[in-house]
Design a protein around this ligand. Structure first.
Ligand code: PEP
Ligand code: MN
Length: 357
């Protein structure tokens, strides 16, 4: 089997258990996934960064022997998570093709630097970097740059979107915050971006929706946790699916082309884009006029020594606009967030006027 080349296939589908637990579980799960012909890489964690001590922290090196057995039997490349130099050395010794840096490691520049140094000038192995737990693009980009600085070729580096840890209520375990991903995309436009619906969702019913959304947003592949007996899994039981369900999910996701060469398609698209650009310019022109009016209000309030925030007025604005936009095919959530952004900018303009000595 030749060296695994990142980007040689799109979409790239990675699947396998959250953790390698026993030889039987690892091999059985991987063989069923491999038999489908729908999976390109087998994953399994053997060192597990767990929130609480005393829970299953990974089987360690024996898991790599089982994975290597899977690699020999199926011809598929294998992927594991690494968090320090000894993990890297051990994984490479056992023929691991793809290393991934987990979300709890990407947050730590010391750990990432150690991993990067242990891969100094390595032109063979592929490294996938998960986003950090916190929505901090700088940390994520920093991890990429540490690897590049140690001589890992850009084309051997990929990104995994696994959602961001969030304090508050969400139906997702780690809400996707797609806008963060768009920012990372524009910093590293050529880098493969793989979606991890399992860790975003944390439960089975939401997996397909996130997988399809990532395909619609031009992602380059998926990493999905699959276990031969998911309810009994030693880690992440609620989000793992049987190999059969995993294969069904993969088959149902519709992948879109990144671009099209058809001139008619391009003409149509360009016409719509010109319209959008025109509408955006008009929108911001109107917003600028609105802010000039807000400044006048600021002057009037200043002359009469009245406070900026008049909360009745704000409630009235919201109520009026939510009523007015009913039937315009805009969600109430969207209308509220636009109004809030406009309101904050207005207050800033008034503040400037009132406090400008
Ligand atoms: C995993 O892939 O099993 C894992 C631990 O993921 P994350 O680092 O995204 O939490
Ligand atoms: Mn997991």
């Amino acid at each position: 089997m030749g060296r695994f080349v990142l980007g040689a296939k799109r979409p790239l589908i990675i699947a396998g258990p959250c953790s390698a637990e026993t030889r039987e579980q690892t091999v059985e799960t991987a063989m069923e996934l491999a038999r489908s012909g729908k999976v390109d890489v087998i994953r399994a964690g053997v060192w597990k960064p767990r929130t609480n001590p005393g829970t299953f922290e990974g089987i360690g090196e024996p898991g790599l022997e089982w994975l290597n057995e899977v690699k020999q039997a199926t011809g598929l490349p294998i992927a594991v998570e690494v968090a320090n130099r000894s993990h890297v050395e051990c994984a490479l010794k056992h023929g691991v093709d793809i290393l991934w840096i987990g979300a709890r490691t990407t947050v730590s520049p010391f750990a990432v630097q150690e991993i990067a140094e242990s891969l100094h000038d390595n032109k063979e192995v592929t490294v996938l970097i998960k986003n950090p737990m916190t929505p901090d693009i700088g940390l994520w980009a920093g991890a990429v740059n540490r690897l590049i600085n140690e001589g890992v070729p850009r084309e051997n580096i990929g990104l995994i979107h696994r959602g961001f840890s969030y304090f508050g209520h969400s139906k997702y375990r780690n809400p996707p915050m797609w806008h963060m991903i768009f920012e990372m995309r524009s910093r590293f436009p050529e880098m493969m971006m793989i979606c991890d619906p399992s860790h975003i969702c944390g439960c089975r019913p939401l997996l397909y929706g996130i997988a399809q959304q990532s395909a619609d947003l031009c992602f380059d592949g998926l990493i999905i946790e699959s276990h031969n007996n998911p309810d009994k899994a030693w880690s992440d039981a609620s989000q793992q699916v049987t190999p059969q369900d995993c294969i069904t999910l993969i088959e149902n996701v519709m992948w879109r082309a990144k671009t099209a060469n058809d001139p008619e398609f391009n003409d149509e698209l360009n016409l719509c884009r010109q319209q959008i650009d025109q509408i955006d310019s008009e929108l911001f022109d109107l917003l600028s006029q609105r802010m000039q009016t807000a400044e006048k209000i600021g002057q009037i309030k200043k002359a009469n020594n009245v406070a900026i925030l008049q909360s009745n007025r704000w409630d009235d604005i919201c109520r009026r606009m939510i009523n007015l936009t009913r039937g315009m095919n805009l969600s109430e959530e969207f209308v509220r967030s636009v109004l809030e952004a406009i309101h904050i900018e207005s207050i800033n303009h008034q503040n400037e006027v009132m406090n400008n000595k």
